[in-house]
Structure formats: C-alpha cells, structure tokens
Ligand binder design. Structure first.
Ligand SMILES: Cc1cc2nc3c(=O)[nH]c(=O)nc-3n(C[C@H](O)[C@H](O)[C@H](O)COP(=O)(O)OP(=O)(O)OC[C@H]3O[C@@H](n4cnc5c(N)ncnc54)[C@H](O)[C@@H]3O)c2cc1C
Length: 288
C-alpha cells in the first residue's frame, strides 16, 4: 500500500483529484492502537455549526502542526458523524505506521504528545459512494454492489458500507451487498481492522454478505477462536481467486464494484471484474 517509488507528498500525488476549498480545524480527540501497524484516530470537528461535508470514500489532506506538507488519509467514519446536525461531529482515520511519511510519523508519536492538538484538514477525492452517473434501484439502476478490500484498503469501503447501513431505515436493504475482505494472518481476530464493525453491519442488514479471507496463516489465535465455535461467520484461509469473485458477483447486470487494496491485487481484481461487469462499473482507488 505504501508508495515508496513515488516519493511525492500527498497533494502532489493527488494534484488532479478534486478537493474542497475549505480547511477545517479539528482536535485529536482519541487514539486507539488496533495492531502493531495501524492506529485509529478520532478527530473532533472544532466548528460544530459548520461540520465537515464529504462523501463516503473521500480522504483528507491532513496538516499537522510540524509538517508543512499535508499527509493523505481516508475518512473511515460516515458523513452523518461529521455533520453539523451531530451533537459532537468527528472524523475518523486509520493510519498505518509509516516512519518516512512526515504526517504519518507525527500521528504515530506517543498519544500523550498529540492528544488535544489541533490539525487542519481538507476533503478531497473522487472514489465515492454513491457512484456518479449510475442510478441506484429502479428498472435500469444498480441493485448489487461488490466491495473488495485488501488490508488497510478497507478504509474507504468501511465508510461506504457504514453509510449504506445508516441510510437503510429497515433491515430490508434494497441493495445486494457482497463485501470481500482479505488480510494477512493476525495474532487475534481483534487485531483485524474493522472486522467487528463489518460483522455488526452484515448481521444488521439483510442481503449483505461478508466473504472473509486470511492469507499467510499458520496455527494462530484466530484458528483457535474458530475451532472453539466463537465465530458465527466463515473464514477462508487462502488468497481469493476468480471463482470467489464470480460467486460474489452472481449476476453482472445491475452490479457495481469498488476495489481498494495493495497494488497488484487491485490491478488484477479491477481487470477481472471489468471484464465481467464492464470497466465503467468498476471503481478503484490507488494509494501508490
Ligand atoms: C488517496 C490516498 C488515500 C490514502 N489513505 C490512507 C489511509 O487511509 N491510511 C494510511 O495509512 N495511508 C493512506 N494513504 C497512504 C499515505 O498517504 C502515505 O502514502 C503512507 O503513509 C505511506 O507513506 P510512505 O512514506 O511509505 O510513502 P510516501 O507517502 O510515498 O512518501 C515517500 C517519501 O516522500 C516524502 N514525503 C511524502 N509525504 C511528505 C510530506 N507530507 N512532507 C514531506 N515529505 C513527504 C518523504 O520523503 C517520504 O519518505 C493514502 C494515500 C492516497 C494517495
């Protein structure tokens, strides 16, 4: 996921992407370490009556107090959670440990150093839900979505799925949703980014299925948890393949796909899904 070859600060790398003209002050309100390489940040929106407008899937230019160039991190929370109608609007980010990226390194300092500090953020990006120019529902609209997330590439997709969950008033979700999530073998399932959130949403929404793949696994804690019957979803211990993608797609009419993951995975999946549902119905974001 890292982009060691580009060496470009985020604003240069994403210069062609749309971005808002507004800079918002936010306060580092809480920090949770999910595993050895990922921390979750909750940023409180300082000007409550303004909130922060964005679409699920967008990212932030993040200016920290000591880094003149912005870092780029995807919003993992939903638009309603940052809206001026929320009593305490906030934005959430999941940031990977990247010591050579100055804004990420700033955020990865000891929490006691940065909690309460003010950052400035600006919304940008075009990888968004709902898809532009595609109608949802109706006779010719889309009725199925396939999300494909690899590792921390789940960030934009969890915001989209959480938003769909919020917008769906009854469990009778009109969309058929397949969420494929692949990640490296963890020490414990608790260390898998957003897995609990995903399970909660897939339980709450009808027609929403989680396809969960763990790669590079030996005997580990997650296997024990599974064997002791603590899980109520299936773990597939392999890399997913074309047949797995086919079973998630089901039918090609009325389907759109969203992909975000490591470079090679994203390229291969986008190419394959494009051949099945049409390239114009496959959306992806590249972080490198
Ligand atoms: C659209 C998009 C969304 C992303 N979302 C997330 C996310 O949600 N979570 C996440 O963890 N990562 C995300 N990233 C990746 C993140 O922005 C960094 O690229 C990542 O932290 C890897 O950093 P790096 O040092 O390995 O590589 P790079 O960011 O490519 O940096 C390479 C080198 O460029 C220089 N450089 C880069 N940025 C700066 C800067 N701001 N100031 C000065 N020098 C700089 C440094 O010398 C650095 O060593 C996203 C990237 C993009 C493009």
């Amino acid at each position: 996921m890292a982009n060691k070859n580009t060496g470009l600060p985020h604003e240069d790398r994403t210069a062609k992407e749309p971005r808002s003209g507004e800079l918002h002050p936010v306060i580092v309100d809480s920090i949770d370490q999910v595993n050895e390489t990922i921390k979750l940040f909750r940023l409180r929106v300082k000007v409550v009556e303004r909130g922060v407008n964005f679409l699920p899937g967008q990212w932030l230019d993040v200016y920290t107090p000591s880094t003149p160039k912005a870092g780029g991190f995807t919003i993992t929370s939903t638009p309603s959670q940052a809206s001026p109608h929320s009593p305490s609007p906030y934005l959430e980010l999941a940031v990977q440990k990247s010591p050579y990226n100055p804004p990420a390194a700033w955020l990865w300092q000891d929490p006691s150093t940065i909690l309460g500090q003010e950052l400035r953020v600006r919304v940008g990006g075009s990888f968004v839900w709902p898809p532009k120019g595609v109608e949802i529902g109706g006779e010719k609209g889309i009725d199925s979505v396939v999300f494909v997330a690899g590792g921390v590439g789940i960030n934009p997709l969890i915001s989209m799925l959480s938003h769909i969950r919020e917008e769906t008033q009854s469990p009778n979700n009109p969309l058929n949703i397949h969420f494929m999530y692949t990640t490296k073998s963890p020490n414990s399932l608790k260390e898998i980014l957003f897995l609990n959130r995903l399970i909660e949403i897939t339980k709450a929404l009808h027609n929403c299925k989680l396809h969960f793949f763990i790669t590079g696994c030996g005997t580990n804690v997650s296997e024990r948890e599974e064997n002791q019957g603590e899980l109520d979803f299936a773990i597939t211990r392999k890399r997913f393949n074309k047949a797995d993608l086919d079973s998630a797609i089901g039918k090609k009419e009325g389907t759109v796909c969203y992909v975000c993951g490591p470079p090679r995975m994203t390229d291969k999946v986008v190419e394959y899904l494009g051949g099945v549902v049409g390239r114009e119905r496959v959306f992806c974001e590249k972080w490198w």
